[in-house]
Design a protein around this ligand. Structure first.
Ligand code: UTP
Length: 292
């Protein structure tokens, strides 16, 4: 796919406190959904949309992500010697040849806005994608490809949004917008984690963004919020004063895998679709259901 967006930022430096203790020594983004880590699903979505440079903003304890996308010589030799050709092909296919990985560090988890700002020198003066791997989105075409299409047609930043339960507004960036036409609306305002009583709508931003480089000046000028963090939402709120920003109600199913229940739902639904597992797993679920 030939895309105008060539670079994607994957902020993976968060602490993952909702998943402790498993995230004490393991990155949240390496949690598996059946047999692939969350970060691999996110990378596959980006690569399928034509993105070639993957910029990971990492922190301490995230080495496993770099290793996952590196060549594992010993493993490949062993699989070859044992004739495990299918597994070998799947291991080698994790990243296509033309794709590059770039790793930069966020020394302290000072928020998503700070993480994105760290990528400024690598992104330069071009629009780019931001993908949060803990939001797993099952969609065809992928969510980021849908957003690139909107960006190419309208030449503006694009945020992926979906209807959220009104009681959950304090977990999301929430938008105020004009009417939607073909799933697209112009954003008038955006607020980080408003209380249900003060939320401007029940449209929450999920972990996919196409941003123009104008966001960097806004983030650089922002101070830290009451939690000591720099919020990407606050940077986008400032960007609105200078540029048009669009919301896209994407088609597809999102799983909030940063949350235990969302992670379990994704695990079950991906297992039901997995060609090697689905029959036995469905059989197991049916038996489990009758035992209850
Ligand atoms: P979350 O809001 O889910 O935070 O970050 P978290 O720290 O990962 O998890 P909890 O809430 O403590 O359980 C959304 C994404 O932004 C990245 C995270 O790695 C995750 O992919 N992030 C967050 C950073 O890279 N840096 C930060 O300072 C904060």
């Amino acid at each position: 796919m030939n895309s105008t967006i060539k670079k994607a930022v994957f902020p993976v430096a968060g602490l993952g406190t909702r998943f402790l203790p498993v995230t004490k020594a393991n990155p949240k983004e390496m949690l598996p959904i059946v047999d692939k880590p969350l970060i691999q699903y996110a990378v596959e979505e980006a690569v399928a949309a034509g993105i070639q440079d993957l910029v990971f903003v990492t922190g301490r304890g995230k080495r496993a992500i770099e290793d996952h996308f590196d060549k594992t010589y010993e493993l490949e030799v062993t699989l070859e010697a044992r004739g495990r050709h299918r597994m070998l092909t799947s291991m080698r296919g994790i990243l296509p040849e033309e794709v590059s990985c770039i790793y930069i560090r966020q020394p302290e988890p000072l928020g998503l806005g700070d993480a994105v700002l760290r990528a400024r020198s690598i992104i330069g003066n071009e629009p780019f994608a931001v993908i949060l791997a803990d939001d797993l989105i099952d969609a065809a075409p992928g969510c980021i490809a849908q957003m690139i299409d909107v960006h190419e047609r309208h030449g503006a930043s694009v945020l992926a949004v979906e209807s959220i339960p009104p009681t959950d507004t304090d977990k999301y960036g929430v938008i105020e917008s004009g009417d939607f036409a073909n799933g697209i609306a112009r954003i008038d305002a955006i607020v980080e984690k408003p209380s249900p009583a003060s939320a401007p709508s029940n449209l929450g931003v999920v972990g996919r963004y196409i941003l123009t480089p104008g966001i960097f000046d806004q983030l650089a000028d922002l101070g830290r919020d009451d939690n000591g963090e720099i919020q990407l939402t606050d940077g986008i709120a400032r960007l609105l004063a200078h540029e048009r920003v669009l919301a896209l109600e994407f088609t597809g199913q999102r799983y909030d895998c940063g949350d235990k229940l969302g992670f379990l739902k994704a695990t079950v639904e991906y297992a039901i679709k997995h060609p090697e597992l689905k029959d036995e797993f469905l059989d197991y679920l049916a038996k489990w259901h009758t035992r209850r």
